[in-house]
Ligand binder design. Structure first.
Ligand code: UDP
Ligand code: MG
Length: 313
C-alpha cells in the first residue's frame, strides 16, 4: 500500500484545525483501502491555540503528526520543514484555512498514479480577491515570465502533490531565502495540472498582506532572473553610445566643419554631453560588477548541478 503525506502549514489557525480534520476524514475515508495517510501539521509559531488543537487530534488519531516551530518563520520555511520530515511515497501540500478544496485530493492522486511527478493546483480567479491582488498578480506573472529562464505558470499555487523522487531532490536545496513553489518549478519533472476554485477562508484573516506579497514578488524576481542586474548595464551601454554619437557630432561641428554645420553648441553643452558619457561608462561598469556578484550568488546557494528524473539500468 502506498503512503501519502499531507503537509499543512498553519499559522494562527486554531479555529480551522478541527473543521479541516473533519473534512479530510470524509475525503480520505474512501481512499483508505489503497493508501495510508500521514497528516503532518507544521505549526509555524502560532500565537493562538493552534498547537493545542493539533495536540487534541494527535491524542485520538495516530496518523496526525506535528512539527512545532519555536517562532514564526513564514509559510515557505514551514512547507520546507514539512517536506523535509514527511515519509510518504508522495507529499500533498494544502493550506490550513480550507481555501484549498480537499475534495480534489483523489484527482491529484489519480494524476500521480498516471505518471505525473508533480501535480499542480491552478487557482481560478475569484471575485472575492481584492482587485490590487488580482491586478498585481497579473503584472507579477507577466514580468516574471519575460525576464526569467524558468517557465512560471500563472496562478499556480502551493496546493500541489510531489512524488517522493521530487521531495528527495527538493531536500537538497540549501538556500535560506526561498519560494517553495519556485524551487519546485526549477526542478522540472513531469507535471500535470488541476484547476480549482479557491474557497473563502473559513476563519480568521489572511496573514499575507499586500506588502508581504510585494516583498515576496521582488525576491522571486531576484532569485529566478538576472535581468534586474543586467538592466543597469544595458542602460549604461545605451547612454554611452548615444552620448558618444552626439559628442562626435559636436566635436566635428566645432573643429572641422565650423562653417557648414547647421547647429552650434555652447561649451557647457559640450561638457554636459561629456559628463553623460562618463555616467554611461560608470553604469556599464556597475553592470559588469553585478554579473560577477551574480556568479558568486549562484556559487553560494549551491543548487544541484542537474536533476535526474529516472535512472535506467
Ligand atoms: N502560513 C504559515 N506561516 C505564515 C503565514 C501563513 O504557515 O507566516 C500558512 C497559513 O496558516 C495557511 C497558509 O500558510 O495555512 C496560507 O496563508 P494565508 O491564508 O494567510 O495566505 P493566502 O491564502 O493569502 O495565500
Ligand atoms: Mg488562505
Amino acid at each position: 500500500m502506498k503512503s501519502i503525506s499531507l503537509i499543512i502549514p498553519a499559522y494562527n489557525e486554531s479555529a480551522n484545525i478541527a473543521p479541516l480534520y473533519e473534512k479530510l476524514q470524509t475525503v480520505l475515508q474512501p481512499l483508505r483501502g489503497r493508501y495510508t495517510f500521514e497528516i503532518l501539521f507544521v505549526n509555524d509559531g502560532s500565537k493562538d491555540t493552534t498547537g493545542e488543537e493539533v495536540e487534541k487530534l494527535m491524542q485520538k488519531d495516530t496518523q496526525v503528526q506535528c512539527i512545532n516551530f519555536s517562532r514564526n518563520f513564514g509559510k515557505e520555511i514551514a512547507t520546507t520543514a514539512g517536506l523535509n520530515h514527511c515519509s510518504g511515497d508522495a507529499g500533498m501540500m494544502l493550506d490550513a484555512d480550507l481555501q484549498h478544496p480537499a475534495e480534489l485530493i483523489p484527482d491529484f492522486l489519480d494524476k500521480w498514479e498516471k505518471g505525473a511527478d508533480v501535480v499542480i493546483g491552478i487557482r481560478e480567479e475569484s471575485r472575492s480577491d481584492a482587485w490590487i491582488k488580482r491586478v498585481g498578480g497579473k503584472i507579477f506573472y507577466s514580468i516574471l515570465n519575460k525576464i526569467s529562464d524558468t517557465e512560471i505558470i500563472p496562478n499556480a499555487t502551493d496546493f500541489r502533490l510531489l512524488d517522493r523522487a521530487v521531495i528527495d531532490e527538493f531536500n537538497r536545496f540549501t538556500e535560506t531565502k526561498r519560494l517553495t513553489r519556485g524551487l519546485i518549478d526549477w526542478l522540472g519533472f513531469k507535471r500535470a495540472y488541476i484547476n480549482f476554485e479557491a474557497n473563502d477562508r473559513l476563519h480568521g484573516t489572511a496573514s499575507y498582506s499586500v506588502w508581504k506579497l510585494t516583498k515576496l514578488a521582488l525576491h522571486s524576481f531576484m532569485s529566478l532572473s538576472l535581468f534586474p542586474l543586467k538592466v543597469v548595464g544595458y542602460i549604461g551601454i545605451l547612454i554611452t553610445s548615444l552620448s558618444f554619437i552626439s559628442g562626435l557630432y559636436i566635436f566635428l561641428g566645432k573643429y572641422f566643419f565650423k562653417w557648414y554645420w547647421p547647429l552650434t553648441f555652447s561649451d557647457s553643452e559640450d561638457l554636459a554631453i561629456f559628463i553623460v558619457f562618463l555616467v554611461g561608462i560608470m553604469l556599464m561598469s556597475i553592470g559588469l560588477i553585478s554579473l560577477y556578484i551574480a556568479n558568486i550568488h549562484e556559487e553560494v546557494i549551491k543548487r544541484p548541478l542537474y536533476i535526474i528524473r529516472k535512472e535506467r539500468r
